[in-house]
Design a binder for this molecule. Structure first.
Ligand SMILES: *Cc1c(COP(=O)(O)O)cnc(C)c1O
Ligand SMILES: [Zn+2]
Length: 413
């Protein structure tokens, strides 16, 4: 099937262009990560932003002309995308931002993370490729979102996750009927085992970066942000970074809109990693593509990625956007979780709050102006990782059913 708006898949390392078949993975010439390319004149001729705003389809598929698909059929699907963009005045005030701030709460997706955008795309491309089994390795959310989106389409999944994955995410996998392989090792070990198995069994590959369509799904978060802001682009977009696919997708979404003439400028990205695991930021900081592996020392499991799978696209996105680079400690991540909860009523998992932690720190360190307009993306919901939520808040008081004891306890506050 030829998809009219796509011109091909270009290698991010050697520039070689291949045909964008549904099951392409890496560059056949050099093994580099591929990037799907579009015919923006064609997109412009098919869709204006006014036509887009009139659409009734509210999921990520409303941006069909910007996506590598021809139609998604009539199978019932989960409602992926269309997550709320909340004005976040109280949070802005708490962190000393005088300009407008918004939270894009992508924890509101069906399986509760931004990864649903990529997994919904993976399922459609697997169907196009005629495959019935999809596999991936993941720090957790790519897995649970794949399992959920595949279940909704009647497909089977094989999932490899490191044994450190929080219980909530593993429970999701089990509930969605995935075949779960918990790997007693790091994310890197997990990834290697899954790659071998995928090769061996010929499953459809939903591994981060290896499958170039995933980022095309993820970029819909930016298409939505822009549309929700009536195509007025914020000065900054803050996002947490692990493998690098999310930040690269965020950037591509804005670049696509810019190339199609829907927006007139681009935002700067705030790339946030955990100080205990920040290989992409470490390389970005010295403007090199030559990143070095790191240990995975952070409680933010979704971004504990010592060997990132998409460093080139992520580093290019940071460089091109004149990105701001911030690393945050686990304590700063836990503090941002409390802030999101207490000022805005938003419950984020650690990696979900990391973008906001980075925004706060960027303000404190004078890396961005206090009057800037900022969108911070919350990438995952806190119910996935209750243990770290309780770590952030502490346990509540426990009392016998006795009024005297209640008064005593309350007087201490
Ligand atoms: C995957 C994930 C990220 C980071 O995305 P990458 O593509 O790995 O950089 C951030 N937050 C959450 C909640 C995630 O699941
Ligand atoms: Zn190549």
């Amino acid at each position: 099937m030829k998809i009219r708006q796509i011109t091909g898949a270009r290698c991010t390392l050697c520039g070689h262009v291949t045909e964008a078949t549904p099951d392409i993975t890496v560059c056949p010439e050099c093994g580099g990560i591929l990037d799907i390319e579009y015919d923006y004149d064609y997109i412009r001729s098919k869709l204006t932003k006014y036509e887009l705003m009139d659409r009734t389809e509210s999921t990520m598929w409303r941006y069909m002309e910007f996506l590598p698909v021809e139609g998604i059929g009539r199978t019932p699907r989960l409602r992926v995308g269309n997550s709320p963009l909340y004005s976040a005045g109280r949070l802005a005030e708490a962190i000393g931002l005088t300009g407008p701030m918004w939270i894009k709460d992508d924890g509101q997706n069906p399986t509760a993370s931004l990864k649903d955008r990529a997994s919904a795309m993976a399922v459609v491309k697997a169907e196009e490729a005629g495959k019935h089994i999809i596999a991936c390795s993941s720090t957790g959310n790519a897995a649970s979102s794949l399992a959920g989106n595949a279940a909704a389409a009647g497909m089977r999944t094989f999932i490899f996750v490191p044994s450190r994955a929080p219980k909530g995410k593993v429970a999701q996998l089990q509930m969605f009927g995935a075949k779960v392989i918990l790997v007693d090792g790091s994310y890197e070990d997990t990834f290697r085992l899954s790659a071998e198995a995928i090769d061996h069994f010929g499953w459809y590959n939903r591994n981060a970066a290896i499958n170039p369509y995933l980022m095309e799904g993820k970029k819909t978060v930016s298409l939505e942000i822009a549309e929700q802001l009536h195509f007025k682009v914020p000065d900054y977009v803050a996002v947490s970074v692990g493998d690098g696919c999310t930040i690269a997708g965020v950037w591509k979404g804005f670049k696509d809109l810019y190339a199609a003439g829907f927006i007139s400028r681009l935002p700067r990205l705030i790339s946030v990693q955990a100080s205990g695991c920040c290989p992409i930021n470490a390389a970005a900081y010295i403007h090199t593509m030559d990143w070095k592996p790191q240990e995975e020392n952070t409680l933010a499991d979704s971004i504990a990625v010592g060997v990132p799978r998409n460093p080139v696209k992520a580093l290019k996105a940071i460089e091109e956007s004149e990105g701001v680079i911030v690393n945050v400690s686990d304590e700063e991540i836990l503090a941002a979780m409390r802030l999101l909860g207490r000022t805005q009523g938003i419950f984020a998992e650690p990696a979900g709050a990391t973008g906001t932690a980075g925004l706060k720190k960027a303000l404190e360190e004078g890396l961005i102006e206090k009057s800037a307009s900022v969108v911070s993306i919350v990438t995952g919901n806190g119910l996935k990782d209750v243990a770290n939520a309780i770590k952030a808040t502490g346990e509540p008081v426990l009392l016998p059913p006795d009024m005297g004891k209640l008064l005593e306890a309350l007087s201490k506050h």
